[in-house]
Write a protein of this length. Sequence first.
Length: 365
Amino acid sequence: MIIAIFISMALLCSIAAAESKKEGGKEQDAWQNFKMGYVDMAAILAFHPLMQYYSYDANIFLRPLKGGISKTEFLKQIRDRQEKYKILKENTELEIKKIQASLDLIESEINKLRVKVSREQAVANQAYSEEYTKLTDENTRRTRTNEYHNQLSKLDRDYYDEKKKLDDQKQKKYDEMNNVILKISEVDYLNDVDSKNFFNSILDEIDEALKEVAAEKKIPVILNSNYISMFTPNEMITFNNYETPVSTIKTNIPPMANYSYLIENVDGPADTMATNEITARKEYVKNECTKLMNRRIEIARLFARYQVLNRMVVCGGVDLTAAVLEKLLKKHAVADYKIPVITETLNGLLIKNTRPETPVLMQGH
């Protein structure tokens, strides 16, 4: 953290010095006019319009719905998905039952194999024990012991060879089950690869908006006020389901996705909304802003590996969070009446949460 701050300060000094030379050596004016920007990346992520597709229940992205259409058409997309899910669910349940029946048979064969080898080992143990006590010659005893060990080794090899065949059969059945469940999952959710690409597109948009705002406001440096330190304990970081490197076996049909949040936040044409309706919606938007702001800790833990979080404000600076978010909201055609409500509410919440002693992600050191 301290090293990063010194690096940032050194960068600021070099930029300010360069600017002063361009202005004919007016170093004092260069320093007085110099502004350092910073953004709350946890807030930017939480408020980004496309993050509404992130399912915090499933820890994966919902398949995005087509935008720029009427509320009726938007709701129809959800109904179509729900209908498709219901149909697939019936077929999927039948397929899973068949696969599970096959898995049960394989598991039964594995249990029989365990019992068989246990009995054979018991017989071998008993035979060796009885015969060994009757032998008086040391060479004969040594020979019998070697035969006994070879017999046990062969039983082990035969057992593991047979078990591997059955395990391979079982894995194939699990793969079948995964594919069946993946098919119904993809009605509502993005697969692992598409989830990663979708999130990367969100990061690209944020990066683009940062550069645009920096140029517009003539701010040469923007720091991330929620930088994740290398000292953050691993136990404080949560992995997304689509980032888990180990392929997990899925045996349960995923529940139908919850679209209530998207439905609540879809608007009809603004010119058809009554004044009192817009007023009520503004209050709703304010409350949602507070909820999203409070979700920053969860965002920090979920996306810590992308190095976009934690606090590193050196001194002063201009908070560009609301300005960057405004760019993104306009890009995604968020209703005009909503944008100032969101940005003003966010600004107020950011002021309350910019105290250095209250970092987004608490560190255990």
